[in-house]
Design a protein around this ligand. Structure first.
Ligand code: CAA
Ligand code: NAD
Length: 292
């Protein structure tokens, strides 16, 4: 099972990073977005990240240009029809993901491996809706993808050994460190990380301390690279809220339930850094914390 041609569905925060690391590693990459606007935003995100690597002296300008030459950006799903591996990084919705995979199942050769970057859905719920559950895995990347080394490689009870091995080998070829995870909602990292983020919001609701002070406490007190509210804004509050809903639906444990404040921020369109505001207003002068 040789993977040479990679497709990435969705070019938001995660898809752009996944596409970038795959192209940097030499894969031919087709990226699909839903419309021209989202496609241009995704393309700009990839270019900005590569330019940043050049500015930091981590990538030669010629390597950047070569990497960009391996990309095809498209709004047509049919352009994913000749891929060896398709990685899905669209919104965290089972219906949206199943609609996408349902279409791809009809146009991709039967050898094509399907992978989802889902944070909280089970791979089984997607695999079972296709005619190739044995060739379906989870490839769960971490944000920011060009920096974070981990990929959780997730097998369901019917993922074939060949598919799992191919997915793990792919993760290694793009410079990541794979860990094998069972197909439970949240895999390994989110099972532990999501309750921590939601707990921080609950403590804010209880008035324990301010956004800024909780973030300062966790960075300086624990050596975390960013505090929980900066991390929430970084992940995207819309995504986090969806993830919490899904994990709560799965486990029925309160620690996964989305706190009311998270829901209110999402209702107000404050999705975090990607919309310019969440727990912070991300102004050019620096982040301004929300007063709660
Ligand atoms: N794209 C590419 N490179 C980036 C980047 C981005 N978006 N952001 C930072 N970098 C690079 C920088 O270029 C820099 O590289 P060098 O050290 O080689 O110069 C390096 O990362 C460090 O960046 P900075 O010095 O600018 O900033 P920092 O030291 O504050 O680090 C960070 C930034 C790596 C994001 C760090 O704050 C961090 O690790 N934060 C935690 C991230 C995290 O927990 N991610 C997991 C989220 S949960 C998830 O992904 C799963 C899910 O399903 C929700
Ligand atoms: P995002 O909102 O930044 O990007 C999602 C993109 O998918 C958008 O640009 C949207 O236009 C596009 N899209 C929607 N439907 C599509 C379709 N049918 N075909 C192609 N594109 C489509 O979200 P994100 O943060 O990149 O998250 C994407 C996936 O990755 C989610 O499943 C999320 O749970 C998971 N994930 C997110 C993080 C994170 O930190 N944000 C980390 C790991 C995994």
């Amino acid at each position: 099972m040789e993977i040479r041609k990679v497709g990435v569905a969705g070019c938001g925060l995660m898809g752009s990073g996944i596409a970038e690391v795959a192209a940097k590693a030499g894969f031919d990459v087709v990226v699909r977005e839903i419309d021209e606007g989202a496609l241009q935003a995704g393309r700009a995100r990839v270019a900005k990240s590569l330019d940043r690597a050049v500015a930091k002296g981590k990538l030669d300008p010629s390597a950047r240009d070569e990497t960009l030459s391996r990309f095809t950006f498209t709004t047509s799903l049919d352009d994913l029809g000749d891929r060896d591996l398709v990685i899905e990084a669209i919104v965290e919705s089972l219906d949206a993901k199943n609609e996408l995979f349902g279409y791809l199942d009809g146009i991709c050769p039967e050898e094509t491996v399907f992978a989802s970057n889902t944070s909280s859905l089970t791979v089984t719920d997607m695999a079972a809706a296709t005619s190739r559950p044995d060739r379906f895995v989870g490839l769960h990347f971490f944000n920011p993808v060009p920096v974070m080394k981990l990929v959780e490689v997730v097998r369901t009870i019917v993922t074939s050994q060949e598919t799992f091995d191919a997915a793990r080998a792919f993760a290694r070829r793009i410079g990541k460190v794979p860990v094998a995870a069972r197909d439970n909602s949240g895999f390994v990292v989110n099972l532990l990380l999501v309750p921590y983020m939601l707990d921080a919001i609950r403590q804010l609701e209880r008035g324990v301390a301010t956004v800024e002070d909780i973030d300062t406490a966790m960075t300086l007190g624990c050596g975390y690279p960013m505090g929980p509210f900066t991390l929430c804004d970084f992940v995207g509050l819309d995504t986090l809220c969806q993830v919490a809903e899904i994990m709560y639906g799965e486990y029925r444990e309160e620690r996964y339930a989305p706190p009311p404040l998270l829901r209110r921020l999402v209702t107000m369109g404050r999705y975090g850094r990607k919309t310019g505001a969440g727990f912070y207003d991300w102004t050019p002068q620096g982040p301004v914390p929300l007063k709660v």
